[in-house]
Ligand binder design. Structure first.
Ligand code: SAM
Length: 225
C-alpha cells in the first residue's frame, strides 16, 4: 500500500494583534487542520520589529493628513523574518484597494500548494514601499475595517477549509454556495419534520433521489453579485 505524501501548508501572519487570531485559528476546522498536520500557523508580532526603546511601528504621513502609517523598517524586517522561515511563501497584503476575494480564488489557493505570509495593515495603512515585497493585494469587500486582521482570518478560513482532508466529507465543499462560481445553496432542513407547524417540504422526505435533486436545483438561487 502506498502512503500518500501530504505537504503541510504554512501560513504566517504579520500583525500588531496576534492574540486576535487564537479564537479563530484554534477552534473547529482550523484547529482540526493543524491537529492533522495539514497546516501550520505562525504569528509574527510586528511590534517585535519596532524601532527604538518604544518599539515604534508607525509615523505620520509625508504631505500631511490624518492618522498614522505603518513604517517601512518594521514591515520589511517582519517579512524578511517570515521569508527566512519559508523562503518561497507568497506575500499578501490586506487592503481595500486589493483584488476582491471570492470563493474561486479560495479554491485556487487551496489547490495551488503555495504557502502564504499575510500582512495586516493598521491605522491609516502602511508605507507604500512595502509593495516591493508584496505578491498579492487582497480586499474582502468594499468597506473599511479597522485593521487587516479580520480580513486575513476570513481569507485563511476560506482557504484552509478547502485543503483536502480538512472538511472530512470530500463533497461538502463541492456543493456549497459559489462552488460553481454563482449558485447559492438550496434551503436545508433537519429534524423535527414539523416544528411549530412549519413542515419540511414533502419531497425531501420522499426518498426519491431524482426528485430531491430536481427540487434542490430548482431551489438554488443565482447570486446577484
Ligand atoms: N486608509 C485606508 C483606506 O482608505 O483604504 C484604510 C485603512 S484601514 C483603517 C487599516 C487597514 O485595515 C488597512 O491597511 C488594511 O490592511 C485593512 N483593511 C481595511 N479594510 C479592508 C478590506 N476591505 N479588505 C482588506 N483589508 C482591509
Amino acid at each position: 500500500m502506498s502512503a500518500k505524501l501530504v505537504m503541510m501548508r504554512k501560513i504566517q501572519v504579520i500583525t500588531l494583534f496576534p492574540e486576535m487570531f487564537s479564537g479563530v485559528l484554534n477552534n473547529s476546522m482550523m484547529w482540526k487542520a493543524q491537529n492533522q498536520g495539514l497546516v501550520e500557523f505562525r504569528m509574527i508580532n510586528l511590534r517585535d520589529f519596532g524601532l527604538g526603546p518604544r518599539r515604534q511601528v508607525d509615523d505620520t504621513p509625508y504631505g500631511g493628513g490624518d492618522g498614522m502609517l505603518l513604517m517601512p523598517e518594521p514591515l520589511f524586517a517582519a517579512v524578511e523574518d517570515a521569508k527566512v522561515y519559508d523562503p518561497t511563501a507568497k506575500v499578501v497584503i490586506m487592503t481595500p484597494r486589493g483584488r476582491r476575494w471570492k470563493q474561486a480564488i479560495a479554491q485556487e489557493w487551496a489547490d495551488g500548494g503555495d504557502n502564504y505570509i499575510f500582512i495586516c495593515g493598521r491605522y491609516e495603512g502602511y508605507d507604500e514601499r512595502i509593495m516591493q515585497l508584496v505578491d498579492e493585494q487582497v480586499s474582502i469587500g468594499d468597506y473599511v475595517l479597522t485593521g487587516g486582521e479580520l480580513a486575513a482570518m476570513t481569507i485563511i478560513d476560506s482557504v484552509v477549509r478547502l485543503i483536502p482532508g480538512v472538511l472530512g466529507g470530500e463533497n461538502s465543499a463541492a456543493i456549497e454556495s459559489f462552488s460553481d462560481g454563482e449558485t447559492l445553496e438550496f434551503p436545508q432542513y433537519t429534524r423535527p419534520e414539523d416544528f411549530r407547524g412549519m413542515k419540511v417540504p414533502e419531497v425531501l422526505l420522499s426518498g426519491n433521489h431524482a426528485l430531491i435533486a430536481k427540487w434542490r436545483a430548482e431551489n438554488s438561487l443565482k447570486s446577484e453579485k
